[in-house]
Design a binder for this molecule. Structure first.
Ligand SMILES: [Zn+2]
Length: 116
C-alpha cells in the first residue's frame, strides 16, 4: 500500500492481528448515513485563495500565510476558517441554499472547538 493511500484510509485490526484498510471516504459515507447526514463533494479549486466575504481570489496567498487577508474588501480571518466557509458555500450552492448568518456562526463555533 502506498503512503498516500494509507493516510486516506482507516486501519482496523482484527482479533488475529490482521489489519485491513478502509478508505476514509467510504468510512465518512457510512458514518454520515448512520447519522442521517448527506455528504456533498465540492471542487476544492480556490477554496483557500477565495475571500469568503466578497469572492475575490487572492493569488498572492502562499501556503505559509496562516491568515487570509483580502486586498479587495479588507476581510481578515484564519486561513482554514475562511476556506471552510468557501467549502460550505460551495456545498450550499449544490443544495441551492444561501449562506446564512446561522451557517457562519456554526462554522465559527466549530473552528473554535465547539461541539454543536
Ligand atoms: Zn474580500
Amino acid at each position: 500500500m502506498r503512503q498516500k493511500d494509507r493516510i486516506s484510509s482507516i486501519r482496523l485490526v482484527g482479533q488475529n492481528g490482521a489489519a485491513i484498510y478502509i478508505p476514509a471516504a467510504v468510512m465518512r459515507e457510512w458514518k454520515a448515513n448512520q447519522h442521517g447526514r448527506t455528504i456533498i463533494r465540492v471542487d476544492p479549486h480556490h477554496t483557500s485563495k477565495r475571500c469568503s466575504r466578497c469572492g475575490y481570489i487572492n493569488h498572492n496567498l502562499q501556503l505559509h500565510h496562516r491568515t487570509y487577508k483580502c486586498p479587495n474588501c479588507g476581510y481578515k480571518a484564519d486561513r482554514d476558517y475562511n476556506a471552510s466557509l468557501n467549502i460550505l458555500q460551495k456545498g450550499l450552492e449544490v443544495l441551492q441554499k444561501p449562506l446564512s448568518a446561522g451557517h457562519v456562526e456554526y462554522m465559527r463555533e466549530m473552528a473554535s472547538g465547539g461541539s454543536t
